[in-house]
Write a protein of this length. Structure first.
Length: 134
């Protein structure tokens, strides 16, 4: 009898801890995220600094993008240039994975402290777009 109560209490505590941890991860990402800076050669550049280096076209293509993460696991992305995109997301310890409506992987973003890092696609250098929660 005592062992059953002990096992039940241990299982309840573990379940509560796992639930609390998973909710905090989801809640931490829920909301609107916007581009605040760029990382290139391990240095952080503001949007203005990057526009000076790469020209306004670069920041116009990426800089005004806003991603909204909803608590139900869905997201919507509104880039400055291009079509809006929506789908679902999953959070792991180190990244956010984005899926389209067919559940195909679109891309991933790395979670780094209070930022999300997206590797700039289709260029020959390693550059990241940094998003911060608004």
């Amino acid at each position: 009898q005592f062992k059953r109560i002990l096992v039940f209490m241990l299982a309840s505590t573990l379940l509560f801890a796992l639930t609390a941890c998973s909710k905090s991860d989801g809640n931490a990402i829920t909301g609107k995220w916007a581009v605040t800076s760029y990382k290139y050669n391990d240095k952080i550049y503001t949007r203005d600094e990057m526009s000076e280096m790469m020209g306004n076209v670069f920041d116009e293509a990426y800089g005004n993008t806003v991603i909204t993460f909803n608590g139900d696991g869905s997201f919507s992305s509104k880039p400055a240039n291009g079509e809006s995109q929506s789908g679902t997301y999953k959070v792991s310890d180190s990244e956010v994975s984005f899926y389209d409506e067919s559940d195909d992987l679109i891309t991933t973003m790395t979670i780094s402290d209070d930022t999300l890092e997206l590797t700039v696609p289709d260029i020959n250098v390693e550059m990241y777009i940094l998003y911060e929660k608004q």
